[in-house]
Structures are given as structure tokens and as C-alpha cells.
Design a protein around this ligand. Structure first.
Ligand code: F6R
Length: 259
């Protein structure tokens, strides 16, 4: 089962996950990071920038989870722009090694296969950072997505577009489609780290971790993965039936075990 770590706040989560990433890079200087966008992973990227010290990140590569279709990459809310602004520049990653699916309409027919090939050529993702949508999506795998799915186009749900409208001037400007790693792609990463903060994520977190494995709750796919760490704050943990057990397990964890 997933290891569930309930932390005081988003900053503590960011520090914990950034340290895990830096430990990985310490043992594997050409580590491959799976990068989520949205608000949730920002504390991780901030902590990475602050805590990297003189760690050599020049050989690290990264693959974003998803991109909007039809939004020019020059748009400040394209995930290419967001990854450059929030991750590549502050953390000091090598831009040429950071990949984002291409959502341009001219190449969209083969963009999914191209992205899968690029991930495979890099040797697969070592650590995949994930947020979760209020409807349970990971990447933009909306409810009903196949657990075997690979990178492809997905129509965004009304809920997801409404949730993401805060990044745009109006709901109309939120693209209707995305290109996203599939659940099958995500499940191939060697370590999944799912983060969630705030009461708005509590229901999705409880269903993903403790509910049935179902395409209706795409994040429940993590129950099928052998190495998952879920890092959440108290507010996101309120609907978990076994929160005390998770706390006991983490508090009594042997010192030699890391996340
Ligand atoms: C972003 C992504 C999405 C977000 C999710 C939560 O790359 O794949 O699954 O992680 O929509 O978004 P935030 O973190 O903004 O609440």
C-alpha cells in the first residue's frame, strides 16, 4: 500500500519531497523527474531551489505530465511556460533536458506516441510528482480513463475547467482539451509521489487511497503501484478512515527507511 505522510503544511511537504528528490539525484545524477504543474507541487519546486546547494543537476531530465491543446506555448499558462517559470529557471535544470507534451494542433496526431518514445529513450521516470484534481484526475486523466492509457488527448471535464479558470481571465479561455500522460504511462514510473493540500482535496484523497480501484476515480490507479508516497496536509486527510494508522506507521518508521 501507499505510504501516507500527513504533514503540518505545504511547506513541510515541499521540504520532505525535495529532500527525497535530492537523495535520488545523489545516487543517480542523471535521474529522470516526472513534473506536475498546477498549484500543488509549487512548494516542492521552491524547496528544491532552496535546498539543492551545490548539487549537480546538469544531467537531470524531466517530463511534464500534460499540456493544454491549442494554447500557444508562449501563453503564460501553457504548461511549457509554467514548467520553465516555476521549475527549470528557479531550480536550475538544463532546459534541453526538460520535456513537455506538444499540444500544437499540427502535430497532435503523433504527439502522444512521440512523447512515449522520448520517455522510453530516457530510461523511464524515476520519481513522478502528482497532484490530484477534485474529480480524482491525475495528469489530465479524467474519470473513466483506462488504466492502460498512454499519452493522448483528453477532453477536460467542466469541473476541471472551472477549477483551472483561476489561472485565466475567464472560464471561456480555459482550453477544452489536453494532451496528457496516460494512467498506464504514470504507473510505469518507478516511484509515485502524490501531494494534496486543503479540504477541497479530502474527498478525492480518501476515495483514491481507500475506495475501490475504479476508472471512475483515476487516482485510485496508484493502489496498483508498488512504490507510492502520498504527502498531504491535515485538511486533505480529514476523510481518511485510517489516518491514525498512517500517522503511527510514519512515526514508528525505522530511521534507515526513507520515503
Ligand atoms: C497538472 C496535473 C493535474 C493537477 C491537478 C491538481 O500537471 O496534471 O492533475 O495536478 O489538476 O491541480 P492543483 O495542484 O492546481 O490543485
Amino acid at each position: 500500500m501507499a505510504e501516507v505522510v500527513i504533514v503540518e503544511n505545504a511547506q513541510a511537504a515541499g521540504d520532505l519531497v525535495a529532500d527525497a528528490i535530492l537523495r535520488l539525484i545523489g545516487t543517480k545524477p542523471d535521474a529522470v523527474l516526472g513534473l506536475a504543474t498546477g498549484s500543488t507541487p509549487l512548494p516542492v519546486y521552491r524547496a528544491l531551489a532552496e535546498r539543492r546547494g551545490d548539487t549537480d543537476l546538469s544531467r537531470v531530465s524531466g517530463f511534464a505530465l500534460d499540456e493544454y491543446v491549442g494554447l500557444p506555448i508562449s501563453h503564460p499558462e501553457s504548461y511549457r511556460s509554467v514548467i520553465t517559470r516555476e521549475v527549470v529557471e528557479p531550480v536550475g535544470l538544463t532546459p534541453e533536458r526538460i520535456h513537455v507534451p506538444v499540444g500544437a494542433e499540427e502535430t497532435i496526431r503523433h504527439a502522444g506516441a512521440d512523447y512515449e518514445a522520448a520517455i522510453n529513450a530516457a530510461g523511464g521516470v524515476d520519481i513522478q510528482i502528482l497532484g490530484i484534481g477534485t474529480d480524482g484526475h491525475i495528469g489530465f486523466n479524467e474519470p473513466g480513463s483506462s488504466f492502460a492509457s498512454l499519452t493522448r488527448i483528453k477532453t477536460l471535464t467542466r469541473q476541471t475547467r472551472a477549477d483551472n479558470a483561476r489561472f485565466f481571465d475567464s472560464l471561456d479561455q480555459v482550453p477544452t482539451h489536453s494532451i496528457t500522460q496516460g494512467l498506464g504511462t504514470i504507473l510505469r514510473a518507478r516511484h509515485l509521489v502524490l501531494l494534496a493540500f486543503g479540504a477541497g482535496k479530502a474527498k478525492a484523497i480518501a476515495e483514491a487511497l481507500e475506495g475501490p480501484v475504479s476508472a471512475n476515480m483515476p487516482a485510485s490507479a496508484i493502489q496498483l503501484h508498488p512504490h507510492v508516497t502520498v504527502v498531504i496536509d491535515e485538511a486533505a486527510a480529514t476523510e481518511l478512515a485510517h489516518a491514525d494508522y498512517y500517522r503511527d506507521s510514519y512515526e514508528n518508521k525505522p530511521a534507515w527507511q526513507t520515503i
